[in-house]
Design a protein around this ligand. Structure first.
Ligand code: TYM
Length: 331
């Protein structure tokens, strides 16, 4: 059976991008061999408000359930509840080279941004982040990692680290691969369609939150940036705004962007239909989230049970990796 692992950071609410690029595929991939993780340790690469981090961790776990992940089938848990993640991360840091870590696009972007706007502070964790992500994946003998396009490079590095470790110390890790579904793999900002729609980005008008109110969603889509030519065509390089709307409409209605473009000659009707499709897609998730959020104790219970199930596999893999590198086992 295929083992599936994926994770999401509890930094700001989930967006339409993280839903179309990842969460809805997690629902399709679920089964007893699927693990879905709120990766709270990954949030710490930038300073966090502790009260908010705790609330967002629980809120994101609630979102996993609200989109349709069934904790009686898949494993839903919080990364820091399974200490093996941090332990294996050290072995992965020692397997990765500084050059590899520096070449990661996300590190380059985020460290530049931190240097410009964040008072020059770039944490060491921002550089070593992909080693922790590799640990997350490798701990569970993962075959497939369903992610959006922006995480492809990190999964590639995970593969390289697994192969390197296996060749240095003997067969220890399963070599995983990213599964990036084309529809919705890269949802762009509605106000700046050349950049990814991002929860941590400061672009409220360009970002649709998964739990946003329908009126606000429709307004943002209707105000989305398009371009000066008036024709409706899917061509991301010359028409990024229109193509983004077509991708969203297509992913929300199960078509290709080219097929979604058929029949439109003007931007107005395209925007109206995209807004309707997104509102219809997200309304049941919002309703379910409200129900689940009324019983946080139940979400805690689910997370505790999930961590216990996850720990079993994690402990076995970590023990194998410790033995492989020559760490003396305690008596
Ligand atoms: P994160 O938390 O930024 O995003 C979670 C998932 O959502 C996808 N995504 C998008 N897909 C399409 N369009 C968008 N605009 C968009 N925004 C986000 C991301 O590709 C991702 O799949 N490093 C990871 C978290 C992580 C992880 C892991 C993932 C930690 N350990 C192990 C997989 C396996 C991250 O920051 O994702």
């Amino acid at each position: 059976m295929t083992r599936v692992f994926s994770g999401m950071k509890p930094t700001g609410d989930a967006t339409l991008g993280s839903y179309l690029g990842a969460l809805r595929h997690w629902v399709d991939d679920q089964g007893p061999e699927a693990l879905y993780c709120v990766v709270d340790l990954h949030a710490l690469t930038v300073p966090q408000d502790p009260v908010q981090l705790r609330a967002e961790t629980l809120g994101l776990a609630t979102t996993f359930l609200a989109v349709g992940i069934d904790p009686n089938v898949s494993i839903v848990f919080v990364q820091s509840h399974v200490h093996e993640h941090s332990e294996l991360a050290w072995l992965m840091e020692c397997t990765a080279s500084i050059g590899e870590l520096r070449r990661m696009t996300q590190f380059k972007d985020k460290s530049e941004k931190a240097e410009e706007g964040g008072g020059g502070f770039v944490s060491g964790g921002l550089l070593t982040y992909p080693a922790l992500m590799a640990a997350d994946i490798l701990l569970y003998d993962t075959d497939e990692v369903p992610v959006g396009d922006d995480q492809r490079q990190h999964v590639e590095l995970t593969r390289d680290l697994a192969i390197r470790f296996n060749s240095r110390y003997g067969d220890t890790f399963v070599v995983p691969k990213a599964t990036v579904r084309p529809a919705g793999a890269r949802v762009m900002d509605l106000q700046d369609p050349t950049r990814k729609m991002s929860k941590s980005e400061d672009s409220p008008a360009g970002t649709i939150l998964l739990l946003e109110e329908p009126g606000a969603i429709a307004k943002k889509i209707k105000r989305a940036v398009t371009d000066t030519e008036a024709d409706v065509r899917y061509d991301p390089s010359t028409k990024p705004g229109v193509s983004n709307l077509l991708s969203i409409l297509a992913a929300s209605t199960g078509r290709t962007p080219e097929a979604a473009a058929e029949g439109y000659t003007q931007y107005g009707p395209l925007k109206n239909d995209t807004a309707d499709a997104v509102v219809e897609l997200l309304a049941p998730i919002r309703a379910r989230h409200t129900e689940l959020a009324a019983d946080p104790a139940e979400v805690h219970r689910i997370l505790d049970a999930g961590a216990e199930r996850a720990r079993k596999t994690a402990a076995t893999t970590l023990a194998r990796a410790r033995a492989a590198v020559g760490l003396l086992a305690p008596r």
